[in-house]
Design a protein around this ligand. Sequence first.
Ligand code: HEM
Length: 445
Amino acid sequence: MATQFAEQPRQYRTSPIAVEALKEHLALHPEEKWEHTHPYDVSRSDIYYEDRWQPIFAEMRAKGPLHWVDESPVGPYWNVVSHKAIGHVEALPELFSSSWEHGGITILNKLDEEQLAAQGRERFELPMFIAMDRPKHTDQRRTVAPAFTPAEMKRLEDDIRHRTGELLDSLPRGEVFDWVDKVSIELTTGMLAILFGFPWEDRRLLTFWSDWAGDTEIAMVRDLDEMRHEILREMAAYFQQLWAERANKEPGPDLISMMIHSPAMNQMSPQEFMGNLVLLIVGGNDTTRNTMSGIVHGFDTFPDQRKLFEENPDLIPNAVQECIRYQTPLAHMRRTCTEDTELFGEQVKAGDKLVLWYLSANRDEEVFENPDKLDITRENARRHLAFGYGIHRCVGARLAELQLRVLLEEMHARRMRVHLAGDVERVRANFVHGFRKLEVEVTGF
Ligand code: HEM
């Protein structure tokens, strides 16, 4: 089956990666650049690309947990910036909805029927349980949760360790290379391929799809959004084929087979099945990848912490938590208020969009002492909100933690030190928070 796909000349193989497509588009159409005039309009991606978001959020936190932005290219919205307020909002999922019908989970608004008609476009939606409320969310989450139990993690650990070790052994020494491409992407796509039983030789498609699916700025440019939908449709067709193959086979341990043979599957439409697969690809891809890059960048920025790690491998489990806190690979999730309410002294109206900035919660000085420092001995590193909180808390958290722990353990076992040695390029987005490129050199310690 993999060969059959590999032989087909498919358009997505030659499509540019999302970030290049956007750069090219904006170079040709500079008039389409978005205007951000409000001082607290943190939907602008340049502050993440240039890594200068920290003082803006610190200023907001000092003034209060909620801030209303009345005008922005993504419409009006509330910034929710404190650890406490985000936990509070996430603990009330009926009042603060995740559902696609209300607005979904990112800062972007979906086009309404009128806008779609004006653009002569049809709606393309892949329903996912991250963007559903109870009770549907509960049922669908149940179909994938068994893939992430502690017992499953134990089953996967040897394989992850073996692949991680092999990859680390293959890295060049004394030569500059891109850590994002050679390590972060390779390990995370490889892991997802194993989890889904995805054809190994096509695994980079998972990265390609994830980049297009998770880019919030791409979705704001009509032509690129069209291209994005086209790519997602092709992805759905690929998975449909995998699904058809597995549906007629004995249940296997991979996630696709597990979902097909789960009782809740009877209540899931083919679109929902596809949507949830996409959710797992996107959820498991950029996030773990960007933490793997963040670890290297963080250790290089704080060499005292790298030294602590090198001298004391017992700190690795806590270092994993601290690196996730420090990186916070998803900058935000969004909720929509369903009823007028008062929230931390502010009047929030039904229909208002609330953007929960995990990036800010994880630097909240009320919870984390000296929050802008990476500190792998931090006692409460586990209190980070990078995985969210409440009923939608990341279902893949254990798998991400396992991959990151094994990476650090295997680096330590090889006495590997990774230095920044060239270009550092961050992701230009307000949703995915991470690195596009990280040129490094490996030495020993
Ligand atoms: C949900 C972060 C890794 C699959 C989420 C949410 C966040 C998040 C912030 C939403 C929480 C909320 O709304 O309260 C992360 C981070 C990761 C990571 C930081 C890595 C460091 C993974 C992995 C997978 C995964 C490895 C699976 C392969 C999901 C799914 C959901 C989710 C399916 C939806 C859960 C629900 O709505 O009930 N993740 N994630 N994530 N994540 Fe992750």
